[in-house]
Design a protein around this ligand. Structure first.
Ligand code: NDP
Ligand code: GDR
Length: 373
């Protein structure tokens, strides 16, 4: 029998990689996409199949995590073996601007799905994965963070995700559902949203190299993160739902770097050596040497990065470092791609895009480049 999976957030970074993985494994994959005024399926267009064909294994449904009746109807139609709840307002800084919406989607969304499974009496058939997060640890109580480290969320996003974490545990304990939390640390890729810090850096640096932007404006560049590659992390999401018993797992690399280090690596991929000068909000990064021809628009002495306090958060998560020991011991999972390799891949992809834009600009066909975020 072909297994069926339903993915919320299928148009996002993780959703797109997970959909690819499940299709490779022979699943029939259903995804929930939001209605938007512009196409929002760029990350899954390459696996899109004509819905008019009866043999399509990848099917998209309009829906929203804020809409219970819509979720219940889709679950009832699909009768999935596995539900991956990846949909969320996933930007921590934005959650301070839109806390109520974030709670509705990120906290109540998980409850709506679990209730729909229960209401439809699918609890013995459908396995549930909740996209939990290292942001739960917030003000960290223990280094490295494990499955038993106490939580102290530091943003409306993290507080909403804490509800989703516990309601998932609660439905497992109360109704015997196969429901798991993956407590995932930051994971990135060339498909990462443009306003998360790694992609903002790789895309911004590539644009500067090609003369499409002058300077990158950043917030707290001393924040420390445990960065992995999204491809490694979605593999683990699937593995968690294949166990005999449901359980919660930390997914991390066990290695930590600063945002500042990620900036230095990205610049180096473009042949640029940076020197940080000044302190606090007056700190800047200046180019002190250039190698190769990847950054024709940059000269020695250019200031390519400044600090802008509007990217500071009302409450910051300064440091995160996870222990993947349980995932390694119980599931045999190990990340394959290092943070530096991932950075190189992201710069490579962003540089290709920037070079295309620069070529169009040279021929008088300049496209607008969004830099807000
Ligand atoms: P993205 O922001 O790339 O994707 C989020 C997805 O959720 C998008 O498909 C988005 O749709 C969808 N979505 C947003 N709001 C709603 C809504 N109201 N109803 C239905 N769908 C909605 O996130 P990632 O892929 O990076 O992350 C996946 C999940 O994992 C998220 O829940 C995130 O919070 C969590 N997580 C992520 C980590 C990371 O480092 N990436 C680490 C730990 C947890 P649209 O495309 O239309 O915007
Ligand atoms: P995070 O990721 O908040 O950890 O949440 P993000 O990449 O946004 O920030 C990481 C760190 O970088 C600092 N920072 C900046 N961040 C952004 N976005 N823009 C900037 O200009 C900037 N300058 C410095 C931040 O302050 C922070 O310390 C991500 C999301 O994917 C969540 O959904 C997920 O749950 C967690 O990772 C684990």
């Amino acid at each position: 029998m072909t297994k069926k999976a339903l993915i919320t957030g299928v148009t996002g970074q993780d959703g797109s990689y997970l959909a690819e993985l499940l299709l490779q494994k022979g699943y029939e994959v259903h995804g929930i996409k939001r209605r938007a005024s512009l196409f929002n399926t760029q990350r899954v267009d390459h696996i899109y199949e004509d819905p008019h064909s009866n043999s399509a294994n990848f099917k998209l449904h309009y829906g929203d995590l804020s809409d219970s009746s819509n979720l219940t109807r889709i679950l009832s139609e699909v009768q999935p073996d596995e539900v991956y709840n990846l949909g969320a307002q996933s930007h921590v800084a934005v959650s301070f601007e839109a806390p109520e919406y974030t709670a509705d989607v990120d906290a109540m969304g998980a409850l709506r799905l679990l209730e729909a499974i229960r209401f439809l009496k699918l609890e013995n058939k459908t396995r549930f994965y909740q996209a939990s997060t290292s942001e739960l640890y917030g003000l960290v109580q223990e280094i490295p963070q494990t499955e038993t480290t106490p939580f102290h969320p530091r943003s409306p996003y993290a507080v909403a995700k804490m509800y989703a974490y516990w309601i998932t545990v609660n439905y497992r304990e109360a109704y015997g559902m196969y429901a798991c939390n993956g407590i995932l640390f930051n994971h990135e890729s060339p498909r990462r949203g443009e306003t998360f810090v790694t992609r903002k850096i790789t895309r911004g640096m590539a644009n500067i190299a090609q003369g499409l932007e002058q300077c990158l404006y950043m917030g707290n560049i001393d924040a420390l993160r445990d960065w992995g590659h999204a491809k490694d992390y979605v593999r683990m999401q699937w593995m968690m739902l294949q166990q005999d018993e449901p359980d919660d797992f930390v997914i991390a690399t066990g290695v930590q770097y600063s945002v500042r280090e990620f900036i230095i690596w990205s610049a180096a991929e473009l042949g640029l050596t940076l020197e940080f000068r000044g302190e606090g909000v007056d700190e800047v990064a200046v180019v002190t040497a250039i190698e190769g021809d990847k950054a024709p628009a940059v000269s020695v002495g250019d200031t390519v990065l400044k600090i802008d306090p509007r990217y500071f958060r009302p409450a910051e998560v300064e440091t995160l470092l996870g222990s993947p020991a349980k995932a390694k011991a119980k599931l045999g999972w190990e990340p394959q791609i290092t943070a530096q390799e991932m950075c190189a891949e992201m710069v490579f992809e962003d540089l290709k895009t920037a070079q295309r834009h620069a070529l169009l600009k040279q021929h008088g066909m300049e496209l607008p480049v969004s830099v807000e975020g």
